[in-house]
Design a protein around this ligand. Structure first.
Ligand code: APR
Length: 262
């Protein structure tokens, strides 16, 4: 595993050169890619889970038993997303897709910022906060503008059931897993950006690519389970871009342009 910082040039050009030669590069993102848009991640110090422990607020069992409690978390999440815009990390990824270097983005995030930055092939494994979901009749609907202000529980327009955001809670099945596996079929380079790689099945995707012979480019401010030595003594990440996702992806993009002219 080679560590790249914004001042490190040799390994970076080596990594960019492999990226150019990749046949099918895909990105997997987590909350860290949106931190520079002003959205707290979950597990860094002061992150959302330090205020709303997931086992107490974030599971489907809690929502069924005590929806008022779940809606405290949902409103905190929603308020944290208000007015947030894509940052350079999102913009670099959409540019790489437009230029044909990247096939798409698998994101664990629900903030819609990849789409707002222009990424087209975005697979949201944990859903999207822009809609509400009725678990009783299956209807999805746009939330009322007043949703975050008032304290009432939103109810389904058809069956009256209490609604939840159209996001995956702990204990629920993830979304678009078939499309994700199709996108990762023959993927020979996975950029893993801003994730602690602790939540499955998303956290298993880098190992899936690695085991089929692909390379892992990890972008994070700290080392994760992917970067540190695994049980068999080898890290999953081939290159570890150490720094904020926005600045490291801009650095990566600049070197790519220098080496390709694109
Ligand atoms: N640049 C790059 N990485 C960053 C930055 C940054 N500016 N800021 C934070 N990070 C890194 C953190 O070091 C951490 O490794 O982003 C990662 C965020 O990890 P988590 O908070 O665990 O978020 P994530 O990995 O997306 O969590 C996965 O868990 O709680 C569930 O559904 C939730 O989708 C979420 C899933």
């Amino acid at each position: 595993m080679k560590i790249i910082t914004s001042s490190e040039k040799n390994f970076c050009d080596e990594a960019v050169d492999c990226f150019i030669k990749a046949k099918k590069a895909v990105a997997l993102t987590g909350a860290g890619v949106s931190v520079e848009s002003g959205i707290d991640d979950f597990r860094s110090p002061g992150g959302l889970w330090s205020r709303y422990p997931p086992e107490e607020y974030g599971s489907i069992a809690v929502f069924r038993r005590n929806p008022e409690k779940s809606w405290k978390l949902f409103r905190a999440l929603g308020r944290g997303l208000l007015g947030k815009k894509p940052n350079h990390a999102h913009l670099v990824l959409s540019d790489l897709e437009r230029k044909g270097f990247l096939r798409g983005v698998i994101t664990q995030n629900i903030d819609n910022l990849h789409q707002e930055s222009g990424s087209e092939n975005v697979l949201e494994i944990h859903g999207n906060h822009r809609y509400l979901q009725c678990l009783n009749c299956g209807d999805t609907s746009k939330p009322a503008a007043s949703l975050l202000e008032d304290n009432s529980l939103p109810r389904c327009r058809w069956c009256g059931h209490i609604l939840k955001p159209d996001v995956v809670l702990f204990g629920e099945d993830v979304r678009c897993y078939e499309e994700i596996n199709d996108l990762l079929h023959h993927c020979d380079l996975l950029m893993v950006i801003g994730t602690s790689a602790q939540v499955y099945p998303a956290a298993a995707l880098p190992e899936q690519v690695k085991l089929s012979g692909g390379m892992i480019y990890e972008f994070n401010i700290v080392k994760t389970a992917l970067t540190n030595v695994q049980g068999n003594g080898s890290a999953h990440s081939d290159y570890f871009f150490q720094g904020g996702a926005a600045s490291m992806l801009r650095h990566f993009r600049k070197r790519l342009e220098a080496l390709t002219g694109q």
